[in-house]
Design a protein around this ligand. Structure first.
Ligand SMILES: [Zn+2]
Length: 416
C-alpha cells in the first residue's frame, strides 16, 4: 500500500501557502510557498509544500479543491475568549459615545456586573444555544480551536454551569473547545474584598471545579481595584495544586507585578499587556511564557492604547492574538483582529497570522496537535479569498474566509 492510498482531501494550486510551522522559519520568517499543495488523510496533514513535491494522488482517491487565487493557512486558534455569557451590552454603546468611562458605566448598573446578573438568571439550555451561535460564527470566520473562560457567574453554581456548557459544546461541536476557570474575573457584590472572595475561591470553588474535571486552566484578572498581585498568586498556587494550569490577565490598566507572579506560578500565558515594559517582556520570554494580545479590547473601549507588540517581539516575547470575545468586545472574527494587529500594532501579516495560529496553540499547550500545517498534525485549515497574505488584513470588516476545514472535514464557508 503506497502512502497516497487512503488520501481523502487534496488542496492544490494554492497561490500562497503559509504553514506557520516554526521549523520552516529562517531568521524568524517563513517564506510562503507559491503554487502549493496540502494533502490530508484520515483528518491529519500528510503533506504541505510545493505542488511539484507533492505525493501523486490517483484520480478518484480524494476530494480535490482547486485553490488558485486563494491563500491557505492553518485554522485559527482563538486562545482568549469569554464566550460563556448571556445576552449582550449593546445598550452601553450610547454611553461610551457620550464619553462615559467604564467605571461610570459600572456605577450606572452596566459593565461586568450586569453580565453577571444576566448569566445567573440563564438556564443551561439557553446558555448553550447562545454559545452555539457564537461558535458557529467563529467557524465561518475560520476558527477551529477556541478557549472559553467562565467568569460571569462568580458564584459556584453559575461557574460550574458555564464550564459544563464548555464541556457539552466541546463534545457536540466540530471545533475543539478548552475551558478556563476564571472565578477571579471580578469581586462579586456579595463579597466585601478580593481577599475574602479569594478565600472562598480557594476553599470552595477550586476544589469543586477540579472535581468537575472540565477546566484545564485557571485565570485571574490581576489589576488595580480587582485582584492584587498577592491575591492572584495565592489563587494560582492553589489552582496549580488542583492540576489547573495558570493564566493571567495582567497590565491592562496598570502594571502591578503580574508578570512576576506569572513567572513564579509557572503560567503558560499572560494576556492584555498594554502596560508591560521591556524588562518584564524579557523576563516573560526567558520563562517561555506566551503573551496573548487582544487588540479588539482597546478598539471596543474607544482608546488609542494598543499593546506594544513590536517591542515585545524585539525583546523575544512570542505573541499570540485572540478576540477576547465578551459583552464589552463582541466579535468572533479573528480576521478582524488580524487587521487591527497590522493597522494598530504594526505587526506584519505573517506575524499576525502566526499569532492567530501556532502561537495561539502554544498559549493553550496544543502546539503538538494544532496551529500549523505540519505533517502529522490535525488537518485544521482555512482557505482565504485573495492570492497573498496581505489580502487578509488589507481588506477589513468583511469575511475573507472561503472555507474552514476541521480534522479534514469541511465545516462550512464564509461568504459565497
Ligand atoms: Zn479577557
Amino acid at each position: 500500500m503506497g502512502p497516497e492510498e487512503g488520501t481523502d482531501l487534496v488542496i492544490r494550486g494554492i497561490s500562497t501557502l503559509l504553514t506557520c510551522d516554526p521549523g520552516r522559519e529562517v531568521d524568524g520568517i517563513e517564506v510562503p510557498v507559491e503554487d502549493g499543495t496540502v494533502v490530508v488523510r484520515h483528518g491529519r496533514i500528510v503533506y504541505a509544500g510545493p505542488g511539484d513535491g507533492s505525493p501523486v494522488i490517483p484520480d478518484g482517491m480524494a476530494t480535490v479543491i482547486d485553490a488558485r487565487g486563494h491563500t491557505v493557512i492553518p485554522g485559527f486558534v482563538d486562545s482568549h475568549t469569554h464566550l460563556a455569557f448571556s445576552g449582550d451590552r449593546a445598550f452601553e454603546l450610547g454611553a461610551k459615545l457620550q464619553g462615559r468611562s467604564y467605571l461610570e458605566i459600572l456605577k450606572a448598573g452596566g459593565g461586568i456586573l450586569s453580565s453577571v446578573r444576566a448569566l445567573r438568571g440563564t438556564t443551561l439550555p439557553s446558555l448553550l444555544e447562545q454559545m452555539r451561535s457564537r461558535l458557529d460564527r467563529m467557524a465561518r470566520y475560520g476558527t477551529t480551536t477556541v478557549e472559553v473562560k467562565s467568569g460571569y457567574g462568580l458564584d459556584l453554581e453559575t461557574e460550574l454551569r458555564s464550564l459544563e456548557a464548555v464541556s457539552i459544546l466541546d463534545g457536540t461541536s466540530r471545533q475543539d473547545i478548552h475551558g478556563t476557570f476564571l472565578g477571579a474575573h471580578a469581586v462579586p457584590p456579595e463579597w466585601s474584598s478580593d481577599e475574602d472572595y479569594a478565600d472562598h475561591i480557594c476553599s470552595s470553588m477550586l476544589p469543586a471545579v477540579a472535581e468537575q474535571g472540565i477546566a484545564r486552566f485557571c485565570d485571574v484578572f490581576c489589576e488595580t481595584g480587582v485582584f492584587s498581585s498577592e491575591v492572584t498568586e495565592r489563587i494560582l498556587m492553589a489552582a496549580s495544586g488542583h492540576g489547573l494550569v495558570p493564566k493571567l490577565h495582567i497590565d491592562e490598566l496598570e502594571s502591578i507585578g503580574g508578570a512576576d507572579v506569572a513567572i513564579k506560578v509557572g503560567a503558560i500565558s499572560v494576556e492584555h499587556l498594554l502596560r508591560t515594559g521591556p524588562e518584564d517582556a524579557r523576563s516573560l520570554a526567558r520563562s517561555g511564557i506566551i503573551g496573548v494580545l487582544l487588540p479588539g479590547t482597546p478598539f471596543a473601549l474607544m482608546k488609542d492604547d494598543y499593546a506594544p507588540a513590536r517591542m515585545f517581539m524585539d525583546e523575544g516575547l512570542d505573541v499570540a492574538l485572540a478576540t477576547d470575545c465578551n459583552p464589552n468586545c463582541y466579535t468572533e472574527s479573528m480576521p478582524f483582529i488580524i487587521s487591527l494587529a497590522c493597522y494598530r500594532m504594526g505587526m506584519t501579516p505573517f506575524e499576525a497570522i502566526r499569532g492567530a495560529t501556532i502561537n495561539g496553540a502554544r498559549a493553550l499547550g496544543l502546539q503538538d496537535e494544532v496551529g500549523s500545517l505540519t505533517p502529522g498534525k490535525r488537518a485544521d485549515i482555512v482557505i482565504l479569498d485573495g492570492p497573498t497574505l496581505d489580502h487578509l488584513p488589507y481588506r477589513f470588516g468583511i469575511n475573507p474566509v472561503r472555507m474552514t476545514i476541521k480534522d479534514g472535514t469541511i465545516l462550512g464557508s464564509g461568504e459565497p
